[in-house]
Design a protein around this ligand. Structure first.
Ligand SMILES: Cc1ncc(COP(=O)(O)O)c(C=O)c1O
Length: 316
């Protein structure tokens, strides 16, 4: 089915703006722009809204009354899923890994303000959590819909295929797009979308976790292409990956923190310590390595994550 034929619910405000970062461009001697997906218009904004427009349309088509999802204790995805499900009149239940900051800060606080049913499971294996969703859903006895961690399945990834289409329509040619890669859907969607709508654009995924993204990225790209009924070859030349995880997932890194300060101090744009700060540090590293020539345009996807800024101890 063609991208435009996929059912989608309207949850956010699109297109998000593209802005030139004049001060940072001067500092890095490159043409740096930002795609403001931190301004997607629900919750505190963020990349998950684009995925949820497809995923929750599917949930609605299945008459789901309950929406489950998962992630770490401070998952931006879980918080946004709850906000979007509530807006659609569905009941979110978050079954989160008991990992990270479980105190009433950041996204935990926002979930409390929304009155969301949040449960923790002391496990490292998402299979345990998906099984628990089935147990809880069956016990409640209402139709339920399970959204995987990060909303990163083929359907969710369509949100970022569509974002690439949106960028193409916004009229500036970008030679490079840089994004954070945490569960893979954003990067896979953008890389597939670039192949379809943005000829000559290279997409760089800045890995902020230690999962095998060299396998996850092309696999999700192929699955999303197959959903769209497109038969294309995906090769390593279609995406570029860089490890920006630093000391570990959700543990702030010194270069990530420096990137957060640069963006805040020069542009009044706040990044977060778990995803966008580390991804922007990757952009800075590429600029300093001479990866961008003076006539090239570089687009940074600001994928949100503000909740993390108020939960994670940046000195850690
Ligand atoms: C703020 C933010 N940026 C980037 C990402 C990474 O996106 P993805 O999970 O699609 O790789 C996430 C979620 O994991 C996020 O919450």
């Amino acid at each position: 089915m063609a991208l435009t034929d996929f059912p989608k619910v309207s949850l956010g405000v699109f297109p998000t703006p593209i802005q030139r970062l004049d001060n940072i461009s001067r500092e890095l001697a490159a043409n740096i722009y930002v795609k403001r997906d931190d301004l997607t218009g629900i919750g505190l904004g963020g990349n998950k809204v684009r995925k949820l427009e497809y995923l929750l349309a599917d949930a609605k088509a299945q008459d789901a009354q309950i929406v489950f999802t998962t992630g770490g204790a401070q998952s931006n995805h879980a918080m946004l899923t709850a906000a979007c499900a509530l807006k659609m009149g569905m009941t979110p239940i978050l079954i989160l890994k008991k990992r990270g900051v479980t105190a009433l800060k950041g996204n935990q606080l926002l979930e409390r303000l929304m009155g969301v049913d949040v449960r923790f499971m002391d496990t490292d294996d998402y299979a345990d959590i998906y099984a628990e969703m089935d147990r809880v859903g069956t016990a409640i006895g209402k139709p339920y819909y399970k959204i995987p961690c990060g909303g990163s399945n083929a359907l969710g990834s369509l949100g970022y295929v569509d974002c690439a289409r949106e960028i193409a329509e916004q009229g500036i040619h970008f030679d490079h797009i840089i994004c954070a890669e945490g569960s893979g859907g954003t990067m896979a969607g953008l890389a597939l979308g670039a192949k379809l709508f943005l000829p000559g654009t290279k997409v760089h995924g800045m890995m902020v976790d230690t999962d095998p993204f060299d396998q996850i990225t092309p696999a999700l790209m192929r699955q999303a292409a197959s959903l769209l009924g497109i038969n294309i070859e995906i090769s390593p030349a279609d995406y570029s990956l860089r490890n920006m995880c630093g000391p570990g997932y959700a543990i702030p890194s010194p270069d990530g923190n420096a990137a957060i300060s640069l963006s805040a101090g020069k542009e009044g744009i706040f990044l977060d310590p778990v995803y966008t700060g580390k991804a922007f540090a990757g952009l800075i590293a590429l600029a300093r390595e001479g990866a961008f020539s003076p006539n090239e345009n570089v687009l940074f996807l600001h994928s949100g994550g503000a909740g993390g800024l108020f939960a994670v101890d940046m000195q850690a």
